[in-house]
Design a protein around this ligand. Structure first.
Ligand SMILES: [Zn+2]
Length: 274
């Protein structure tokens, strides 16, 4: 019956809408089970990347999320073309993800605590930060000042969006300045760093929280490990750029399991707001 087993066994290398392979242990996981289990691997507890709306559901009270600026879309200020024109890439991402940009922002409550929330979407052009991402995040930070409401931002990003060049890099300064104004008004800002948070996002708003919280195993850094190894001509230590290593070296305040992420944020907000 060997041939029959071979036919019926799930084929591990075939990408499918039903299955996902855990990148840490190689276990084949059913997507519908994964969704029920908060995208945690049932075998090794690895934190897989969480889709946008599952993340919003994880953090907010049922039906409390009201989106802001959902229609804001990027222009093409540089008329940038790589292997295809930038507007074409944008249209593909909009089609694929059903949202208009790499960040979704809005108002919500977390165990009854009012917050302004921004969640980045890695599926949308690698969660890259263009001018709309910067503008939408700045808008919730400024609303936070005006309405005296704490801000929570969940990052997942490859960094700046090269198709917007300097306009993209300017968002680092813009979001950082908006966070400074929130600080001066004594309103809390909590940054959640998920896998992966890199480049200009890690080097701006993702690292500027009053409390910086990462998920276990998340890759966090500015440049990739290969680039650093080539530059310094040294082998990097084990676990370099993973959240545990970064916490041990003072770059993060805590690494929190996804199951207790919401309750931890709520506890911190209640402490800081009182
Ligand atoms: Zn696993």
């Amino acid at each position: 019956m060997g041939w029959f087993d071979k036919l019926t066994r799930p084929r591990r290398d075939v990408p499918s809408d039903l299955w996902k392979k855990c990148p840490a242990c190689g276990e084949v996981l059913l997507i519908k089970d994964l969704a029920k289990n908060l995208y945690l691997c049932s075998k090794c507890d690895n934190h897989l990347r969480m889709p946008l709306w599952d993340r919003i559901a994880l953090l907010t009270d049922d039906n409390s999320f009201v989106e802001i600026n959902s229609n804001m879309r990027s222009l093409d200020p540089l008329e940038f073309v790589d292997s295809k024109p930038y507007p074409e890439r944008l249209a593909e991402s909009i089609q694929k993800t059903d949202v208009n940009e790499a960040v979704t922002t809005g108002r919500a409550t977390m165990s009854g605590v009012k917050i302004l929330l921004g969640v980045m979407n890695f599926e949308f052009m690698g969660g890259s930060m263009g001018s709309v991402v910067g503008e939408k995040l700045t808008a919730i930070l400024e609303t936070g000042v005006a309405e005296k409401t704490p801000v929570v931002i969940v990052s997942a990003s490859g960094g700046a969006r090269m198709q917007e060049g300097i306009y993209s890099l300017m968002q680092m300064a813009k979001t950082s300045a908006a966070i400074k104004r929130l600080n001066m008004a004594s309103i809390p800002y909590i940054s959640i760093l998920t896998d992966p948070t890199t480049g200009g996002v890690s080097a701006s708003f993702a690292s500027l929280g009053d409390v910086n919280i990462a998920e276990p195993g998340a890759l966090i850094g500015f440049a990739g490990p290969r680039v650093i190894e080539q530059t310094i001509r040294q082998k990097l230590p084990e676990g370099f750029q993973r959240s545990k290593f970064l916490m041990e070296h003072g770059m993060l305040d805590c690494v929190i399991h996804r199951r207790v992420l919401k309750s931890t944020i709520v506890r911190i907000l209640r402490l800081l707001c009182n």
